[in-house]
Design a protein around this ligand. Structure first.
Ligand code: FES
Length: 108
């Protein structure tokens, strides 16, 4: 496991949304209401990009079929059709002047 820096703290602001590629995964780093989140970039339902997802509080809503997930835990909160797996989320880690994640090469 090792720290993967994604962004400098000075560049973060509310509304910040940016893709990052880590190994074979594409992640989204978001900042909303002063808090950062790292989630997978594609919806677990049918892989629609979540970059344009609606975020209200701690709920992220995919724009394609309106499935809703917890931004904090990834739990599926609402499905209009077949349920899907949870959204993958990573705990945000701060190190020096950067924000990132701890990447586990064994499990990813
Ligand atoms: S692809 Fe996201 S809800 Fe269907």
């Amino acid at each position: 496991m090792r720290f993967i820096a994604l962004e400098k703290l000075i560049n973060l602001h509310d509304g910040y949304t940016r893709h990052y590629r880590v190994e074979f995964h594409t992640l989204l780093l978001l900042q909303r209401e002063g808090e950062c989140f790292v989630i997978e970039a594609l919806c677990p339902h049918r892989e629609h990009p979540l970059e344009a997802a609606r975020i209200a509080g701690e709920v992220v809503q995919c724009p394609l079929h309106n499935y809703q997930f917890s931004l904090r835990s990834g739990e599926l909160l609402h499905a209009s059709d077949q349920p899907c797996r949870p959204l993958r989320v990573w705990p945000v880690v701060y190190e020096d002047n950067q924000v990132g994640i701890i990447w586990d090469y064994e499990s990813d």
